[in-house]
Design a protein around this ligand. Structure first.
Ligand code: ATR
Length: 276
């Protein structure tokens, strides 16, 4: 019908491991869109040239993965989220200019909205474990949703303190040993560390002091049900898993490039889960 073919890609080095082609490929097929989503292996040396030539290569936008998420900020017009997180994972063109954002923020929020509806109403205290790149995106999202106070707990206290000062007075850095007390008043607990991931040490934590109306989220998605989420479920708490966050973070890019806001369905979850 003369419909213009649109293409997007994921830029990384290496890029083989990326699950984005599977997710976007599923949606392209599901919505019957004349589009393509490819992998582009681009070295750090070639990144600026590749990004400068994105439109000439026929791309309407791209995902960006390791190790390029920070470097790409300088090659695009970052939005407030990308600036605050210090990294971007999604690129798109608007009136000829290349823009960037960080969709981990809405991946985290969108996943919790579905998994634990109402989690953000009266969110007086949230506890976040870890102070790396993922924690930045999650802190930004929690403050955006009106969290009164976020207790940021990290093995290396200095990293938590640096993040807390970057995000302002609602974020407090705390020692790992302060966990039981912090959990006592928390409506939400989020693990952003790699603890509990297959091959990593377990996250040794007792949810005994966590209120009965709290929700628990984990960014780890291998295994799908981490020991943290399993413990929360035994206590009857709503949980949001890392796979949900991964799928929800892909929604915005697809809608920017292909013009349809796609749905995260059980079918899509099952497809990606089978590949974990
Ligand atoms: P990401 O981009 O996914 O956030 P990252 O920036 O490497 O990854 O951050 C990993 C986080 O997991 C950090 O907060 C790290 O704690 P440190 O700042 O002390 O390094 C945390 N982490 C990793 N391994 C850990 C372990 N064995 N015990 C406690 N925390 C750990």
């Amino acid at each position: 019908m003369g419909e213009e073919m649109r293409a997007a890609c994921v830029i990384g080095w290496p890029v083989k491991h990326s699950r984005s082609p599977m997710i976007h490929g599923y949606w392209l097929k599901k919505y019957g869109i004349a589009g393509e989503y490819r992998r582009e292996a681009v070295t750090p040396e070639d990144l600026s040239g590749f990004v400068a030539g994105l439109a000439e290569r026929g791309y309407v936008g791209a995902n960006v993965t390791l190790p390029h998420k920070e470097a790409v900020l300088r090659l695009s017009v970052p939005d407030a989220r990308a600036k605050a997180v210090g990294a971007a994972n999604t690129l798109w063109f608007e009136q000829g200019a290349l823009h960037s954002t960080n969709t981990d923020v809405e991946g985290f929020l969108g996943n919790l909205d579905v998994a634990a509806p109402g989690w953000d109403s009266g969110l007086t205290t949230a506890v976040v474990l870890g102070a790396g790149g993922s924690a930045r995106a999650i802190l930004y999202g929690l403050l955006e949703r009106g969290a009164g106070r976020v207790v940021l707990i990290n093995r290396t206290l200095a990293k938590a303190a640096a993040l807390a000062s970057a995000f302002g007075p609602r974020v407090e850095a705390s020692e790992w040993s302060a966990m039981p007390e912090a959990l006592g008043s928390a409506r939400l607990l989020v693990n952003t560390t790699s603890l509990g991931m297959t091959g990593q040490p377990p996250l040794d934590i007792d949810l005994g002091t966590l209120p009965r109306d709290a929700a628990v989220a984990d960014i780890v998605y291998a295994p799908l049900v981490t020991p943290l989420l399993a413990q929360a479920r035994v206590r009857g708490l709503p949980t949001a898993d890392g796979l949900g966050m991964l799928l929800h973070q892909a929604v915005r890019g697809f809608s920017l490039w292909f013009g349809i806001t796609p749905e995260v369905t059980p079918d899509l979850r099952a497809l990606v889960e089978a590949d974990l």
